[in-house]
Design a binder for this molecule. Sequence first.
Ligand SMILES: NC(=O)C1=CN([C@@H]2O[C@H](COP(=O)(O)OP(=O)(O)OC[C@H]3O[C@@H](n4cnc5c(N)ncnc54)[C@H](OP(=O)(O)O)[C@@H]3O)[C@@H](O)[C@H]2O)C=CC1
Ligand SMILES: O=C(O)CCCC(=O)O
Length: 494
Amino acid sequence: MAISQLLTDRLKDKSLARSGAFVAGAWTETATGGKTFDVTNPATGEVIATLPDCDREDVDKAIDAAHAAQKSWAKRTGKERAAVLRKLYDLMVANADDLATILTVEMGKPWAEARGEILYGAAYVEWFGEEAKRAYGDIIPGHQADKRIMVIRQPVGVVGAITPWNFPNAMLARKMAPALAAGCSIISKPAQLTPLSALALAYLAEQAGLPAGLFSVVTATSSSMVGKAFSEDDRVRKITFTGSTEVGRILMRQGADQIKKLGLELGGNAPFMVFDDADLDAAVEGAIASKYRNAGQTCVCANRLYVQSGVYDAFAEKLAKRVEGLKVGDGMAEGMDIGPMIDENAVEKVQDHIQDAVSKGAEITLGGGRHEKGGLFFQPTVLTGVTPEMKCAREETFGPVAPLFRFEIEEDVIRMANDTEFGLASYFFSSDVAKIFRVAEALEYGIVGVNTGLISTEVAPFGGVKQSGLGREGSKYGLDDYTELKYICLGGIA
Ligand SMILES: NC(=O)C1=CN([C@@H]2O[C@H](COP(=O)(O)OP(=O)(O)OC[C@H]3O[C@@H](n4cnc5c(N)ncnc54)[C@H](OP(=O)(O)O)[C@@H]3O)[C@@H](O)[C@H]2O)C=CC1
Ligand SMILES: O=C(O)CCCC(=O)O
């Protein structure tokens, strides 16, 4: 298989660009069936790698190895597992520039943002390495005089991880790190659009001394085949997935036969509210960070911006002025704010949402179409006069479009914000302390950002309610999803 010079020429350590899948501790250049697939740069359309298109046999081989390696890994002390994760963290930081280049070239986000993602992913590795030593149990007072009750935590076992293209490093890092910290093994199936970041991570894990078989990366175009392989093999005890709610549902249905343990980070439809008493400049900066990060292709991106009547016009004007200054272009070029969309489907979905809104009475204040740079570049857009009947009110746009809804009173905006099947992230800006508590408590979301548009950190629990998912990633709660509680009842203690 091959890596294009277009990529390797940009790397200090060329061995980070891998041309094979990493299955059962070995770099595999040829899939069992001999098929391959291309990875392209969304900014230029150039092919940057050709990789093996793994088959069910390859996935099964990865599961065999993960199952065989897991027991002895789990027997190591937390401190020993932590030492490997710490080494991996150090390697990620030392290679952050190259990892960012690989990420930008396969996914499109601006290089500085990609580097931020690498450090964000590394932070999960550091955090869970530390948490490996703190997988505490409990001693519970016995219910009879001669009884003692102990609760211990044990790893769930083999984990199958399916991750999306929008955060090719961090979404995998925050699954792989807690799994390995807890004593599990893990098989990763990265999105076919962005497999190179996952392979680079596996390479660094190997360099960090992670024993063979504990972490495989299968590159495959048949994601449904991999999902089924994970669901049907009873040695895979947990499936962790980040992606669309639609695929989350499929995995849940498939996992039902074996009552598969599931971690699901699914779609969002984040409301972003600006009250009359908000600091408008701060709200604009929050909207820029939350809405336009990653070209709006983030499950926690503001999707619906609700602005109270008293500040609606002023906010719309300030936001449009700020958005006008955002630079769109190839993420490898200096000073870019917004890269290309991931593919043509993404561009068409964004166009569809804009056309739908305009046909129902919304106005385009800024942008509204493909960027003059052509290809997959899209103009950062601001829409005003948006109403609840429009598609962008109900569906995740996943693009650089800020639709501004007008509201009059607090009760109305809370009702509209909660009127969705999703419940991942939400945001609001206000300077009234009582209102801050009232609104934060009323929002049916797993995450609430108050007076900030940035909520992501490894130290806090990330996850959604309603159809946005199951479980939490990161924080002191993050290890729970990769461990089982075992209650041991000791009798005859006279
Ligand atoms: N919550 C989030 O973070 C994300 C949400 N989304 C939302 O989903 C929409 C569609 O994006 P998309 O990339 O298609 O998201 P998907 O949910 O289709 O893809 C996410 C991951 O799941 C894999 N996958 C797809 N189908 C199956 C299946 N049947 N069984 C097992 N795995 C599967 C994909 O593999 P492959 O791509 O190789 O087929 C990828 O690795 C976006 O517009 C956005 O609204 C998207 C990405 C992330
Ligand atoms: O879009 C996602 O899938 C997760 C958002 C990344 C983050 O902020 O943690």
